[in-house]
Write a protein that binds this ligand. Structure first.
Ligand code: Q46
Ligand code: ZN
Length: 309
């Protein structure tokens, strides 16, 4: 196959775009997709400050590099979850990456927050990933809000978005269906959340990271449970193989025709939000869910200590 742009030998074939690219032209394809996403979804401008959530994986690091190359004002935020033999490696990758590209980075240590993820696993009787995800979203939003950032950008790609939309649709979860998309506007206590990689598949992002020589953290988290998302991604991989472009059509169709209907439904049953008494994050009453989790862990640890001695 020849490169669609320069006619040299292509190294990446993209059936859903009816094209292929050589290693020099591929990053340009990637850049165009990110530019289109930002422009069409009115995500942010060059005058705004963007906080980018950096896990150390290919998506977040590729996003950070691409936004920097496009001249945006970006700061990285990494949350060190405190998971033994895992979090230190992820953090090292993020720090090395930011150093080598002269990118600003903030690191939040969950250990110092009194809530390392191993404590959640031990003291909270709920799936650890659900709680961990909640905690990360909470701090991303809080730090973006307190730091006066205009938007929080995450590295979710098309496969992530489609898998999540599919799971929400299987459950007809109207609350989540009304609140999914590549640009969620700011609301009381919440900063704008954007996903500039939503037009690009996991494969396309991995290719970019590889061709740009980004060193990524690719070890799976020791607590990962192989959640249903993984199966949904496999199913979608099969659909996409049989009919290239399906994934994007499904997601795009939802944004154009489905989302508003669910949003209207949810507006009617809207809940009023107040600042959390402890941390100021939006919550329906009293303490927010993360501050409640913190309290439960504290009580459970104190009980353990008392029974030991
Ligand atoms: S870090 Fe946290 Fe993930 Fe590990 S505990 Fe689960 S949610 S798997 S992205
Ligand atoms: Zn709180």
């Amino acid at each position: 196959m020849k490169c669609t742009r320069c006619k040299k030998l292509a190294c990446v074939s993209l059936p859903s775009h009816h094209s292929g690219f050589c290693k020099d032209c591929y990053p340009l394809f990637f850049t165009r997709q990110v530019e289109t996403a930002i422009r069409r979804e009115k995500m942010f401008t060059h005058d705004e400050r963007i906080l980018v959530a950096l896990s150390g994986g290919k998506d977040s690091l590729a996003l950070m590099l691409e936004l920097k190359l496009q001249g945006y004002d970006v700061t990285g935020l990494h949350i060190d979850l405190g998971i033994p033999n895992s979090s230190d490696k992820a953090r090292a990758k993020v720090e090395t990456f930011c150093d080598s590209h002269e990118l600003e980075l903030q690191v939040l240590e969950m250990e110092k927050q009194g809530l390392p993820i191993p404590d959640i696993k031990k003291h909270i009787n709920r799936p650890v990933c659900a709680v961990c995800g909640k905690i990360k979203r909470h701090h991303f939003n809080r730090i973006a809000r307190e730091g006066g950032f205009d938007a929080l950008a995450t590295g979710h790609n098309l496969d992530d978005e489609v898998a999540r939309l599919f799971a929400n649709t299987l459950r007809w979860d109207t609350a989540y269906l009304s609140d999914q998309g590549p640009n969620l506007p700011a609301a009381e206590g919440f900063v704008r959340k954007v996903k500039p990689l939503f037009r690009l598949s996991e494969f396309e992002t991995a290719n970019y990271a590889f061709l740009k020589g980004i060193e990524i953290h690719s070890d799976p988290c020791p607590y990962a449970s192989g959640a249903s998302f993984t199966h949904h991604k496999e199913l979608w991989g099969e659909l996409e193989f049989r009919s290239p472009g399906q994934k994007f059509q499904f997601y795009h169709g939802f944004l154009k025709r489905g989302k508003q209907a669910f949003a209207a439904m949810e507006r009617e049953s809207g809940v009023e939000l107040f600042p959390c008494e402890e941390c100021g994050s939006p919550t329906s009453a009293g303490l927010c869910s993360v501050c409640r989790i913190k309290e439960t862990v504290r009580e459970s640890k104190a009980k353990d200590e008392a029974s030991q001695g």
